[in-house]
Every structure is written in structure tokens, then in C-alpha cells.
Design a binder for this molecule. Sequence first.
Ligand SMILES: [Zn+2]
Length: 243
Amino acid sequence: MLVQRVKRRRRRSLIKVLLLVTVLVAVYSMAARWKEQEAVRTISWLVVNRVIVVDPGHGGVDPGAVGPGGSLEKDINLAISKRLQAILTQAGAVVVMTRETDTDLGTPGKSLSERKEEDLKKRLELVKQTRADLYISIQTNSLGTRWTGAQTFYDPGSAEGQRLARCIQQQLRQRLKNTDRVAMVRRNIFMLRNLEIPAAMVEVGFISNAGEERLLNNRAYQDRMAWAVYAGIAGYLAGDSGT
Ligand SMILES: [Zn+2]
């Protein structure tokens, strides 16, 4: 009897300790997140009145890559872009989105390849018309099943694009803590090649990897991704080298 009671009491106090630890961990991680976002907020004057185009890749008839769990790249790109739009807008930037819903900019009735070509041309036109200061493309990578990690790309002809990409990549590494990838050149990306303003393409992760596909659908992760891209943009505008 006595032994059982002691055991029960021990179990109860163990549960209490576990509960306390859970609460402490939750409070600590909330405080850490708040501190991180506060640190970014203090540098928001850097983006005030800057015109920034955020371009969520694909949309409408063009789903982009498809994950093993059935997620569509176009949806992930849009969700993260919208978070980035909200953060940038809150910081005082003028954000132009190439799309805000699940649509493409091509004309219905055309073949898919013609429509995709028209879609890209219209996005380029839009960026040029807005006289934007910066261009950020949000895309999702897809290659085999083993690769993971966000990576930023730039056109070989743009030194400022390179610096922008490096600043973003640095923040992706520091804030997401799940990749050691570096910013890389990518040739012949239609949007990057044809823009004269600083431009970078963020591949937010590999949708082809089941684990990363799940992560990319997670709202908290999408939020952290958007904050990292925002911090990279702010770093670029502050004159950081990104290395
Ligand atoms: Zn894509």
C-alpha cells in the first residue's frame, strides 16, 4: 500500500515537473521569437518607401513542382510571398505583388507553353513599369528526394543582385539553422537576366523532399522564412556584403 502511494506521488510530481518544463520551453521560445522580430523591426527604417516587387512563382494553370505529398509549388510560393508582403508593408515599404491569388498572367485559350511565356513577359513588364528598387522571386526547388535547404540565386551579370542574394542567404542560414548553402549564380533565368535592378531568386526549399515539403507547408516555418528574407533585404539596404 505504502509503496504504491509513494510511487503514485512520484509519478504525479514527475508530471508536474514535465508540465513546468513544457511551459518554460514555450515561454522561452516565444520570447526568443519576439526578440528576433523586434531586432528586425528596429532596422525597418531602411525599407521605408522602397518599392519592392515580390514575385510568387507560377500560379493558375501552372502549378510548378509537385511534392511527394501532393503540395503544389505555386501555393507554397504564394503563402510565403504574402507573409513577406505583410512584413515589408508593416515596415513601410511599397510592395508590388505580381499575383496575390492562384492565377497566372497568361491569356486563357493559348497552349500551356505559350501561356507560361506570356506570363513571364507580363511579370517582367510589371516590374519595369513600377520602377521598383528591388525584385525578389519566391520559388520552390525540386530535385530528387535527398536535398534540402533554402538557397538564393542571382544573375552572373549583376553585382548588386549577387550582394542581395548573399545578404538573403546569410539570414536564411542564421535564422532557419537548417542549411549551410551559399548564394549561387544561375544563368538564363528570364526575370533575373532581363532586369536592371538588384534582383534575387529565393528557392525556399526542396518540395521533392517529403520532410521539407511538410516544413514548407507549416505556417510557423513560412513565417520564419519570410522574416529571414526580410532581414536579408534590410541587410542589403544597409550596405552589408552578405559574407
Ligand atoms: Zn518554380
